[in-house]
Write a protein that binds this ligand. Structure first.
Ligand SMILES: CC(=O)N[C@H]1[C@@H](OP(=O)(O)OP(=O)(O)OC[C@H]2O[C@@H](n3ccc(=O)[nH]c3=O)[C@H](O)[C@@H]2O)O[C@H](CO)[C@@H](O)[C@@H]1O
Ligand SMILES: C=C(OP(=O)(O)O)C(=O)O
Length: 416
């Protein structure tokens, strides 16, 4: 098992280009199955989850490879609607195969998806949505078999604006007969990216980015070339790392509009932020200011995927802060690890009460999930002494060689 060895105490400085978004690339890769032929996807990050998705689509009969940041995928040879349990278990995003396979083959055989241990993460809204479109679902603890003749449009009201359920239903509805409207849809930028990709293939979708998405069924889709949006969570992670190390970093190839809540939170923490068309400069001169309250919520509010990272900054602030997590019930696992580095945090239900300390100290800590792991890397960069982060494979799910990215900004991180 690889570990990261971080020598802390060096301010990050310089410029860095942000890679493509995992959470956009994964559903788009799955959606490419719906149009037979050769697709070219640009700005695809080289991540563990992307490799897993490529393994899955190859297992379904496609030919796919990642070269540089470009995936070429030939879906013409796809001949299976069964995703083996061992691959399903490796990531949550394996569930994105349901909508596309149902749309292409009228049948899909999967099992419960895996992914970060950050909560129960049910898939009931995905399944209810597909049922509304006319799919029949047989669910056992081992497998989910979903069949349909011709899917039909439907009005679907989500109980909660689930990102994954919105995307799965959108994909399944693209070739359904008639019109589907998803109410209380999630509004994340990755959903807009999926809409743009599907429309480029010939779908007829409007409304992504709002809470009402309308999909008019079409019969034909064509393969396309498409560029994935920048990863707003990787960008946010670097922004917090720059601030926590009192650094001065310019992020390039980002979309500042996707980061409004994060920029706002950092400004409240006293960090100087300068925003251009596709660049953001982060400059932190002194100790961060405490922030009375940060609450995670669906987009455009503060993202749960940056909750652990911003908490690190607040552990170093000049007073008390509160971070409330409203999306996932098990997303405070980094708190115990940060406490081992000298942070003063008390958790009560879904709120973390943080009392800022002047400094953190290096320790051996465990990445329990992807973003908790990223937060520990930031803590290690800001801490005095050496931090060892174990279970790095979690971090590799969402960051393309995090140590190389941060070392380009002056960090001292070794993987071994
Ligand atoms: C690949 C991807 O895009 N992952 C993102 C996606 O995950 P994901 O799509 O899994 O997140 P959801 O928006 O679906 O989950 C939000 C909440 O709804 C619950 N829920 C969800 C579906 C369902 O059928 N039933 C149900 O109860 C979940 O347990 C959770 O409490 O959005 C999350 C919330 O922004 C992010 O943290 C993840 O990085
Ligand atoms: C929770 C995350 O991803 P996933 O939904 O793929 O587990 C994440 O990206 O932080």
């Amino acid at each position: 098992m690889e570990k990261l060895f971080i020598e802390g105490g060096r301010p990050l400085s310089g410029a860095i280009s942000i890679h493509g978004a995992k959470n956009a690339a994964l559903p788009i890769l799955a959606a490419s199955l719906m149009a037979s032929g050769v697709h070219t996807l640009h700005n695809v990050p080289d991540l563990l989850d992307i490799q897993t998705m490529l393994q899955i689509v190859c297992g379904l009969g496609c030919k796919a490879e990642l070269q540089g940041d470009t995936v070429t995928i030939n879906t013409a040879t796809a001949d299976s609607y069964h995703v083996p349990e061992q691959l399903m278990k490796q990531m949550r995003s394996s569930i994105f195969l349901m909508g596309p396979l149902l749309a292409r083959f009228g049948r899909v055989h999967v099992s419960q998806p895996g992914g970060c241990a950050i909560g129960e993460r049910k898939i009931d809204m995905h399944l209810k949505g597909l049922e509304s479109l006319g799919a029949r679902i047989e669910e056992t603890p081992q497998s989910i078999i979903c069949t349909a003749g011709q899917l039909h449009g439907a009005d679907i009201v989500l109980d909660f604006p689930s990102v994954g359920a919105t995307e799965n239903i959108m994909m399944a509805a693209v070739k359904a007969k008639g019109r589907t409207t998803i109410y209380n849809a999630a509004r994340e930028p990755e959903i807009q990216d999926l809409q743009n990709f599907l429309n480029a293939m010939g779908a007829d979708i409007i409304g992504a980015g709002t809470d009402t998405i309308t999909i008019c069924g079409v019969t034909e889709l064509q393969p396309v070339a498409y560029r994935i949006i920048p990863d707003r969570i990787v960008a946010g992670t670097v922004m917090v790392a720059a601030a926590a190390t009192k650094g001065n970093v310019t992020l390039e190839h980002v979309n500042p509009a996707h980061l409004t809540s994060v920029i706002h939170a950092l400004k409240r923490a006293g960090v100087q932020m300068t925003v251009g068309d596709d660049i953001i400069n982060v400059n932190c001169l002194g100790r961060p200011r405490a922030v009375e309250r940060i609450v995670t919520s669906p987009y455009p509010a503060f993202p749960t995927d940056l909750q652990a990272q911003i908490m690190v900054l607040l552990t170093l602030a000049d007073g008390p802060s509160i971070v409330k997590e409203t999306i996932f019930e098990g997303r405070f696992k980094h708190v115990d690890e940060l406490s081992r580095m000298g942070a003063d945090i008390r958790v009560d239900l879904n709120s973390a009460f943080i009392r800022g300390v002047p400094r953190l100290y290096g320790a051996t800590v465990e990445a329990t999930d992807l973003r908790a792991g990223a937060a520990l890397v930031i803590a290690g960069l800001a801490a005095h002494g050496t931090t060892v982060v174990e279970q790095v494979h979690h971090i590799d799910r969402g960051y393309d060689r995090i140590e190389q990215m941060l070392n380009r900004l002056g960090a001292n991180i070794r993987r071994s």
